[in-house]
Design a protein around this ligand. Sequence first.
Ligand code: GLC
Length: 815
Amino acid sequence: MESSEAIRPEKMGPIVMKETWNTPGSLVTWERADNIYICRGERGGIVIVFLNDEMFRMKVFQNRIPDLTTTAAIMLESCVPHLFPVEETEEQLIFTTSTIRLILDKHSFGIKVENMTGKVIMQQNLISWSPRGASHTEYDMQSESHFYGLGEKSSFLDKRGEHYTNWNTDVFAPHLPEIEALYVTIPLLIHMHGDLSYGLFLDNTGRSDFDMRSHGVAFTIGCDTGAYDVYFINGPEMKDVVKRYTALTGRIALPPKWSIGYHQSRYSYMNQQEVLQLARTFREKKIPCDVIYLDIHYMDEYRVFTFDPVNFPEPQKMIAELAELGVRIVPIVDPGVKKDPKFKVYKEGVLDKHFCSRLEGDIFFGEVWPGISAFPDFSDSRTSEWWGDLHKYYTDLGIQGIWNDMNEPAVFNESKTMDLDVMHFNNGRPVTHEEYHNLYGMMMSKATYEGMAEHLQGERPFVLTRAGYAGIQRYAAVWTGDNRSFWEHMAMAIPMTLNMGLSGLAFAGPDIGGFAHHTSAQLLVRWTQMGVFFPYCRNHSSIGTMRQEPWSFGEEVENILREFIGLRYRWMPHLYNLFHEAEDCGLPVIRPLILEYPRDPHLTNLCDQFLLGENVLVAPVYRPDTDHRSIYLPEGCWIDYWDGAVQEGGRHILDAAPLHIMPMYVKAGTFVAEGPLKQYAQEEVEEMVTFHLYGAEARKGFEAGYTLYEDDGHSFNYRKGSYSELVVTAAGEAGCLKINWTYAYREYEPERERLRFALCYPFFQPARISGLSEISMEQLEEGQQGWGRNGKNGAIIVQVQDVSEGGQLVIEAEE
Ligand code: GLC
């Protein structure tokens, strides 16, 4: 006898069910309520909210008007609805701001954005949704369209021709161009066509996809679940989009200076002797270093908030000894809490209901490093506070930085993550993991950052994370996860980090030298040369691989690495300035050339070289046994950092690049601020800033400028006004160059006596400088005022007293 089970649907073979997707149909009514425009069609509609003249939000609804709360990505103060005039015609609804017109076609529900000259910026043709809650939209794509952003994605810079999925995933291997989802989700697409650019930010924390490949004349954006909630961000330049997107989702918090030094890591430094020895070796070898990481082996059987009693018996003593050497530790903290009724954190978490559970109340358990583990529900502020508070354990030991890993969250199972039906409490608005997934990692880092900040009492915390969602830049730096020691991965780190920068993640970078597989002497050299100019600079390698500390490949390699890591420290004032700029206006520390030269067609997909800030061009060598490389210099005049050779831009050049050289060019007529070489960022050495002016000219019309931002580098006092801004300008006249410096703001007093101005490879020979005498380099080093010629690179160095009222130099050229 058979029961009805015999005809269970899944036993009946494939059943073809056609899903009917819906569109809103034609516009039926529209209304305005509290500055929100509700446009209803026959079967659904959209809500339009203008945030300012350049940005609006569109949220699709089917029946009821949607709730307009946002995800944690959005800075609420940037999301206040604004009123703009609306005009209704027979065919259209037209919303007008001072710079754009949003035109809704009443018949098709198509949405077009034009600028004031009538040029179409964006055209959205189709909004549709499935009965199961998926959404899909289609936008026009032109033959000259190029795409950027999307956060941490593999492949090249321009995302035209690519398809990506957003679903935070622990991908140990492989990081290949065909891998569509990595650890971080930033659903921001920047579309550049002709001289127009705009961004679309899809604020959806479930699975979404962006397809710039399949349709030829259109690109599409879709999401599997949750609302289709999109922000239009106007340009017209890509820089405007980046600035506006980061106003919407927040900008990096200025990191403590030590966290932008060189970091050394390994999975794992196994015991406290090894860690101390490592720190001493850096100091003995005079290779600058600020941070050593403790990977999972520091813990007691991988229990978070513990130290292993055998291998790390005296963490406090170790940390104090490291502090004397100027080295900090950053321990790893994963979300998985070991299931162990004797483990305090686990017990507390269960008793106080902090762990992610199913609707029915059973805790979700998954396997990670500690074995069976439970996962805190960071969507609940109560849990986030609890977690943040647990970090007192680390701050009490003198720790100021935390490394969040496995927070996609990664689970050792088939789906690689938490079951989709696990619930997140979400402060009383429960959602499934399916809807919440991509936010999990960011909320962990938010809890960590806030807990650390609370317990550090005024010191800036540093958090590093592997997973994240839009807005993560407010809480953490992001590293690009488990890359490999492949030349290809070194090359791919450039476009990846550049697009992360365009997506708000100004503080990002890969594991230098490569994490998995075995590095080689040359790869480590080339990768470090490049890596010291990346915002985040950490050498990390996996268990069982070749060692890759800077001295692992003999003296020649060690010397080159010392030189380049030292360069990062000498350039710290410039780097810190760029981090300040990132906090101030959202622009990334390293930039694709297209960001600065948007009209140069050679640059749309150029990503084997990049800019540090606006004016320093870095061209890494990313193939073995290569001692030349071709470099594209954009318009202008460029000066070879190493030998001063002058190159006209707007063309390709072939440059020599022996192993100890990575080609670098500085744009003529620009400044770079350098400081003294230090062994760690806040080493107390005699302070000095040297403003290096490249390619100065003694002719009318020559101009250069630089503003140096400074503060104490470690506290939040700068937010209360304790910082300084030193403005330096250079202006040419016939036969002379005038340099002015003045403190535009000086509520923080830099501890130094002297300032230097270095004319690097000037286009004239100075004869007299403001009545100062020409003295030797030794006399300059001793602190005398005057000027001298630096034999090494021919720079003219002028030394003056650093006085609060500033000053002027008149540099007269030889007749
Ligand atoms: C993950 C991380 C890696 C870390 C390892 C052990 O693979 O991405 O950086 O070293 O876990 O904690």
